[in-house]
Design a protein around this ligand. Structure first.
Ligand code: ADP
Ligand code: ADP
Length: 226
């Protein structure tokens, strides 16, 4: 469903140019949870931002369901590491989750219903009227995940989503991701620098080289149970 071909990106030009992506090729099937790992600064966020259409790559193509990603914004949702910057502090939790649904043309009652349902799925039933700053970091990240879920994207992109929470919260959120993913038939691409996390959460682990990043490893994970 996601196809990345020979993706390159260069920041700047001339002698100071930085080659972040050196020709990334990757295919992700519907329903897969793929973790992308690689050394710090290798270009993981650049790759994710290119897929999300937040950055125009220098070369190559990214297609979702056969269409260029720029033309499929409704099929994508992104969860960033920095939840404190991705939630609007002046808006209630319910409104934060419901807001992007306006772009799908949903009316207000439908948006509220979808927000309530998504918050239930992340273990935050009844938190609609709270404000982000009243919640712990882990809970705020749950709100970000709820917002992405409510949107019902075909592809969810997660950039170091658990990188700013404590170890126990991190485990909780990893398990939450696995649960919501089996509930919705969603494809997930998750960036992490934590190899343990990648094999726990992912069906597949894609390894990037140092910059300019290319795919140097692609392994299928087969954990026993549950
Ligand atoms: P990662 O997510 O793997 O840590 P990034 O994709 O964030 O890596 O960054 C890859 C490289 O590109 C880094 O060396 C970073 O300094 C550089 N970079 C990122 N964004 C910019 C930018 N806007 N301008 C110039 N260089 C950038
Ligand atoms: P307003 O139109 O000023 O937001 P409302 O009476 O419509 O006032 O809602 C009051 C508050 O109730 C909202 O600001 C929001 O914080 C909260 N709320 C309760 N349930 C939901 C929901 N499902 N989605 C969004 N907001 C909700």
């Amino acid at each position: 469903m996601l196809e990345i071909s020979n993706l390159t990106h260069v920041y700047g030009s001339g002698p100071g140019a930085h080659h972040a992506l050196g020709g990334v090729d990757l295919k992700v099937a519907q329903g897969e949870l793929v973790c992308i790992v690689g050394p710090s600064g290798c270009g993981k966020s650049t790759l994710l931002r290119s897929i999300a259409g937040l950055l125009h790559p220098t070369g190559g193509t990214v297609t979702l369901g056969g269409k260029p990603v720029e033309r499929t914004p409704d099929d994508l949702a992104v969860v960033f590491q920095d939840y404190s910057r991705s939630l609007f502090p002046w808006m209630s939790v319910g409104d934060n989750v419901a807001l992007p649904l306006r772009r799908k043309g949903m009316d207000r009652p439908r948006r509220r219903e979808a927000a309530t349902e998504a918050l239930e799925q992340v273990g935050l039933a009844g938190a609609e009227g709270k404000y982000p700053w009243q919640l712990s970091g882990g809970m705020q990240q749950r709100v970000s995940i709820a917002r992405a879920l409510a949107y019902r994207p075909a592809l969810m992109l997660m950039d170091e989503p658990f990188g700013s929470v404590d170890a126990q919260t991190r485990e909780d959120l990893e398990d939450l991701t696995l649960r919501v993913r089996s509930h919705h038939d969603m494809t997930i691409l998750l960036i992490t620098h934590d190899i343990d996390e990648s094999v726990y959460v992912g069906d597949r682990v894609v390894v990037l080289s140092k910059a300019p990043a290319t795919v140097v490893g692609d392994l299928r994970v087969d954990l026993p149970g549950p």
